[in-house]
Write a protein of this length. Sequence first.
Length: 137
Amino acid sequence: MATPAFEEIAETFDFLDDWEDRYRHVIEMGKAMDPLEEAFRVPATKVDGCASQVWLVPKTEGGVFSFRGDSDAMIVRGLIAVLGTLYNGLPVAEVGRVDALAEFGRLGLNDHLSQQRSNGVRAMVARIRKVAAAAVA
């Protein structure tokens, strides 16, 4: 149940044979994101369980989920961008149905992320799901 934006990433990854090219593409996606303002880099938006500093600022407006995020690590910024393509614009009720880890697996990211990075992705997904579940309740 991936969004069209995520499907575009999957198609791009199909053309990138080399893991290093895929890695660079993820980093470029992170560089393309607008930085999160300092006012949002606070303990309330920080995601625990990530090796890097990670902040997520979710929003549920009109029944639609979206979030902005940032990190002090370029690869993690890219992973946040990938998560954004999975979740941003979804109806809040559908957020919990997205299997982000399976979608990351389609890209081959699960096989190439360190255990710490994988734990960080899980922590970000857990935060996203928690916010969406609270908005539905």
